[in-house]
Design a protein around this ligand. Structure first.
Ligand SMILES: Cc1cc2nc3c(=O)[nH]c(=O)nc-3n(C[C@H](O)[C@H](O)[C@H](O)COP(=O)(O)O)c2cc1C
Length: 291
């Protein structure tokens, strides 16, 4: 990668052209929006709320399905000029194999497994990311379905993220991305006396979740040998440096792309470079905490 910033999944990555825009904005790699085997409509509007320091979304993983996604990925791989990461998800275990294998037909540089979605086969629709058994099983199924490097993206909404990280490493993950959205949370329209989001609840992202992301990355990077992509609330070079100090080897940027545009990547990289010079670092691998 030309720099350590990565476009996080779900933001701009809905089409090949948007992925290319993020790359032109300075991203070192770009991740597509999570795609499933079949098309998925998602939740009705309103699906996104923005307020001071946070965003809440309940898009419901709408996507055109893997056939269409392969075309968009090929478009991005041809012209983005940076590594393209294809994000995939499923709502039943055996589909993780099929969606990973189909997405690999586009030859993205890496596959990212989004395991934060509910498992429709569990009685209460518990997300795969919430138990180390289902997280590991989804990883194994994806691992045996592609030769491409595999990132597994973890949810912070668990009591012990370290045991999940170890389980997916043992199951064959080549890297971990932490974290997906926090919550879910809720926002109320007091005039209408209803929740604002049609789904009532949504995942929280942006500046306010950064302390949680830093803690997760700190704990995971000390427990596993594979690299960690630190994602959650990064808006500037100082935020990126803090994440790298906690043990991340690259940083994902999502919500800040909404508020600052794709040029946020060049800005973060410039600020990070200045800070690294000031602190005497010549490469990312030198950045660490003193403990
Ligand atoms: C509108 C929106 C859509 C998202 N869609 C996805 C998705 O499809 N797959 C996924 O793995 N993460 C998705 N995420 C989570 C982000 O990739 C990221 O992990 C999270 O927002 C934290 O980073 P941030 O604070 O920089 O946004 C989405 C986030 C937002 C705000």
């Amino acid at each position: 990668m030309r720099n350590p910033t990565i476009l996080a999944s779900g933001i701009l990555g809905v089409s090949g052209d948007m992925l290319i825009r993020a790359a032109h904005g300075g991203a070192g790699a770009v991740t597509s929006k999570s795609c499933s085997l079949e098309p998925r409509v998602g939740h009705p509007n309103p699906t996104v709320i923005e307020s001071e320091g946070l965003m809440m979304n309940a898009i419901g993983l709408s996507n055109p399905g893997v056939d269409e996604e392969i075309r968009e990925l090929r478009r991005a791989i041809k012209d983005a000029g940076v590594p393209v990461i294809a994000s995939v998800f499923a709502d039943r275990l055996e589909e993780f194999a099929a969606v990973t294998s189909r997405s690999s037909e586009a030859w993205p540089h890496l596959i990212e497994l989004n395991i934060s979605c509910p498992n429709v086969e569990s009685k209460i629709g518990m997300p795969f990311s919430c138990s180390f058994e289902t997280a590991a099983k989804a990883t194994q199924l994806a691992r045996s379905s592609t030769k491409l490097p595999l990132i597994v993206k973890l949810s912070p909404n668990v009591p012990d993220i370290v045991s999940i990280a170890r389980a997916v490493e043992d199951a064959g993950a080549d890297a971990i991305c932490a974290i997906n959205t926090v919550g879910p949370g809720m926002a109320i329209d007091i005039q209408a006396r209803r929740p604002i989001l049609s789904n009532k609840t949504g995942g929280i992202s942006g500046k306010l979740i950064r302390p949680i992301a830093l803690r997760c990355v700190y704990q995971i990077s000390r427990a596993v040998k594979i690299p960690v992509i630190g994602t959650g609330g990064i808006e500037n070079g100082k935020d990126a440096l803090e994440m790298l100090m906690c043990g991340a080897r690259a940083v994902g940027v999502g919500t800040a792309v909404y508020s600052q545009g794709p040029e946020v990547f060049s800005k973060i990289n410039q600020e990070l470079e200045n800070l690294m010079k000031k602190q005497g670092y010549s490469k990312i691998s030198e950045i660490k905490l003193v403990d």
